[in-house]
Design a protein around this ligand. Structure first.
Ligand SMILES: CC(C)(COP(=O)(O)OP(=O)(O)OC[C@H]1O[C@@H](n2cnc3c(N)ncnc32)[C@H](O)[C@@H]1OP(=O)(O)O)[C@@H](O)C(=O)NCCC(=O)NCCS
Length: 370
């Protein structure tokens, strides 16, 4: 008979986290599942968000200006999306530059020096270069030479993917702190002749410092993430990778800019974000009335309103800044978190919920006690 460990799950027992191994035994073509407790306690560290920061480029591109480039109008863009303007990075301003600005502010608020940062994760679909990782440029800019630095690619969900990864690496004891950043220069991968997409996106960066929490501090209560690789066709940049490298023949075919089936994306965004948010709210032992602030991905005001309705959270407890920045992909929820934090949208001890959705398709959520 073969016995192998299939999975682990965690449950609370006498105030301790108990790790349960789900063991599966196979024999004679049949399989049964038995449960066995592997260890009485695993002392996981609580993880808090100690500081946030954000940066957007100086140049503002209004709907009015866009309507001179493509067949659109301020009225159409505002009524269909809620976006009024977006920021556009300068030619010599790269994703790593914006990420570094945001990171410095987050470190300052956290009271952690750049040299003491142990882990840097940059979530982006617009890296400075295919390799090395944008996180390595950020490491160099900050002088965080003791850190481990890498990128993740999960589109608009990337910042919360980074949060879950960093939280796990800190709670396990592998690292004491982490700098997580969502940063994008989407203007570099936008088809400025396609009115269906060019009105939606913008540039910017947001960052957060995670570290082990002291007993009296808040913590990240629950995280969730998911993907559906059957839906890669809904939102993508088809060229520029190994499937369709840039050649002199295809360079003008708009294969290296964002393509999207907007209506389909809309439908999945609402359903997936609602489910992900509900999961973390339930796992954190919260109800809608306990949530001081929901910070959703900033893609479309109609998507945000639909999620608030479904979660039964009143609109005045949902943070929105997409009117100023449009959809900045991985940076969007990170910039919103920083602006919500600095504007006093929630205070110490409040429960907040972050929820995102993006190409992949991917989605993620986090419930945090501030
Ligand atoms: C993109 C989006 C705003 C389009 O809104 P919509 O209500 O679905 O609009 P449609 O795509 O059905 O287009 C309706 C009409 O407006 C037109 N239109 C599209 N973009 C336009 C624009 N910028 N200005 C004016 N008209 C536009 C279309 O051509 C279409 O015209 P038709 O009826 O003559 O064919 C919406 O689908 C959306 O936000 N989807 C989710 C996108 C998203 O969040 N992506 C990122 C995920 S991370």
């Amino acid at each position: 008979m073969q016995v192998f460990c299939r999975d682990f799950k965690y449950c609370a027992k006498n105030s301790a986290i108990v790790r349960i191994a789900l063991l599966r035994t196979c024999g004679g073509g049949s399989a049964i599942t038995v449960f066995s407790r592997m260890s009485e306690t695993t002392s996981e560290f609580q993880v808090c968000i100690a500081g946030t920061g954000s940066y957007v480029p100086e140049k503002v591109l209004t709907n009015e200006e866009l309507s001179k480039r493509v067949d659109t109008s301020d009225e159409w863009i505002v009524s269909r999306t809620g976006i009024r303007e977006r920021r556009i990075a300068a030619a010599g301003e790269f994703t790593s530059h914006m990420a570094t600005h945001a990171a410095r502010k987050a470190l300052e608020q956290a009271g952690i020096e750049a040299k003491d940062v142990q882990l840097i994760i940059v979530a982006t679909i617009t890296p400075d270069t295919p390799t090395p990782a944008t996180a390595c440029y950020v490491q160099q800019n900050l002088g965080s030479m003791g850190a481990v630095a890498f990128d993740i690619s999960a589109a608009c969900s990337g910042f919360l993917y980074a949060m879950k990864i960093a939280k796990r690496l800190i709670s396990s004891g592998a690292f004491e702190n982490a700098l997580i950043i969502g940063a994008e220069k989407l203007s570099a991968v936008t088809n400025w002749e396609d009115r269906a997409t060019c009105v939606l996106f913008g540039d910017g960066a947001g960052a957060a410092v995670l570290r082990r929490a002291e007993p009296q501090e808040g913590s990240i209560l629950a995280t969730e993430m998911g993907s559906d690789g059957n839906l890669t066709h809904l939102l993508n940049i088809p060229g520029g990778g190994t499937a369709c490298p840039i050649t002199s023949d295809n360079v003008n075919d708009h294969l290296f800019t964002l393509n999207m089936l907007g209506k389909e994306v809309f439908k999945h965004a609402v359903n997936r974000m609602k489910e992900a948010a509900e999961k973390v709210i339930e796992r954190a032992g919260l109800q809608a009335k306990d949530i001081a602030c929901v910070i959703p991905h900033q893609a479309n005001l109609r998507i945000i309103d639909a999620i608030a309705d479904r979660l039964l959270v009143p609109n005045d407890r949902v943070f929105v800044n997409l009117d100023k920045y449009g959809n900045t992909s991985a940076a969007a929820v990170a910039i919103a978190l920083d602006e919500a934090n600095r504007s006093g949208a929630f205070k110490r001890g409040d429960n907040i919920v972050l929820v995102v959705f993006g190409a992949g398709l991917t989605w993620a959520a986090a419930a945090v006690r501030w």
